[in-house]
Ligand binder design. Structure first.
Ligand code: SF4
Length: 339
């Protein structure tokens, strides 16, 4: 059952250089109890998509299209409506827990404040029980309940933040780079916890990260974002073993492992979203770029392996003009860009 469904979602920011199209025509679904990984380099629009779901876009951002949660189109909600949803319905795990925990407040007071804000009918005893249950689920013993944030390690603080989010029992959880500030051992713990969510609750999780290794370990499905668009989406196992989009292949080649003998990187950088390249936005960096890639926007198709993909390599053939499949020389790409 779909918890969240986006249809042709667009978000742009007005700037002196024209609109910056951070999210440009995205469609995707997240189902109950499912973990969807959203990956891509920095500046590809991942966090903007996460913020649109939470109603946390900066002032002046324009949102259009459909973003359905529980029958409501989130693009039409007021901030007052979002305040009702954020927490008990849609939870957020932040990147850096210390910026969200008040150093002057005990952990018990953080829980009390959170629960009282959303469930005012709870008694003190119920608050205490719910808080200790949530903390226990994160491996934090009751003896630490009345301690202050500075008395915990970075990993424990992140687990407390996750407990503070889960104590409200949200149906949808957005985790935006939840392990970026943590070392690899703590990262593994947090991933284990996020993975267990699926077993213990029907919570759907959108995991936003630039780290493909994390997605491979914890997600059933993955959506790859580039320059405001989803260029590939499908079962994580298939996307990792048989990537359909050249950008996904290049990202996977860039992962460093114990077997890595030579570092690989994708030449160039993600485009300026105020002035993206014509047609396929990845064409200036794509090793397989063809004539058609600079002339016509790619059309979303199903790859033979089942993923949704936005790339002319997969057709549709009838839409490719004569000569469109001729390789594009790098010099020609530079000329096309200048034009
Ligand atoms: Fe590369 Fe063309 Fe596919 Fe874009 S559409 S990813 S340039 S092959």
């Amino acid at each position: 059952m779909s918890v969240l469904s986006a249809r042709d979602l667009r978000v742009w920011y007005g700037t002196s250089r024209g609109p910056v199209r951070a999210v440009d025509g995205i469609s995707l679904e997240i189902n109950a109890g499912e973990t969807l990984g959203l990956v891509g380099e920095s500046g590809c629009g991942k966090s903007t998509l996460g913020r649109s779901i939470l109603g946390l876009l900066p002032r002046g951002a324009v949102i259009d299209g459909e973003l359905l949660y529980d029958g409501q189109n989130l693009t039409e909600l007021s901030q007052r409506d979002f305040r009702r949803l954020r927490g008990p319905e849609i939870g957020l795990i932040f990147q850096e827990p210390m910026t969200r925990l008040n150093p002057l407040m005990r952990i018990s007071d953080h829980f009390k404040e959170t629960l009282e804000a959303h469930e005012s009918s709870l008694t003190d005893e119920e608050i205490r029980r719910r808080s200790l249950d949530a903390l226990g689920g994160m491996g934090i013993p009751p003896t630490r309940f009345r301690q202050y944030p500075h008395e915990f390690s970075g990993g424990m603080r992140q687990r407390i933040m996750i407990a503070l989010t889960l104590v409200l029992r949200p149906k949808l959880l957005i985790a935006d780079e939840p392990t970026t500030a943590l070392d690899v051992l703590v990262e593994a713990q947090i991933l284990q916890i996020l993975g267990d969510l699926k077993k213990n609750a029907d919570t759907a999780l959108l995991l936003i990260t630039h780290n493909l290794g994390i997605v491979a370990e914890s997600c059933e499905r993955v959506a790859v974002m580039y320059a405001g668009q989803i260029v590939e989406e499908g079962a994580a196992r298939t996307v990792f073993s048989q990537p359909a989009h050249p950008y996904t292949s290049e990202l996977l080649r860039s992962i460093i492992s114990l077997k890595t003998t030579e570092l690989h990187y994708i030449p160039g950088a993600p485009p300026d979203l105020a002035d993206p390249p014509n047609a396929c936005r990845f064409h200036p960096r794509c090793p397989y770029a063809m004539q058609v890639c600079t002339a016509k926007d790619p059309i979303e198709v199903r790859a033979e392996t089942g993923q949704r993909v936005l790339c002319w390599l997969h057709g549709p053939e009838e839409e490719i003009p004569p000569g469109g499949k001729a390789p594009l020389e790098r010099e020609a790409i530079a000329v096309a860009e200048e034009a």
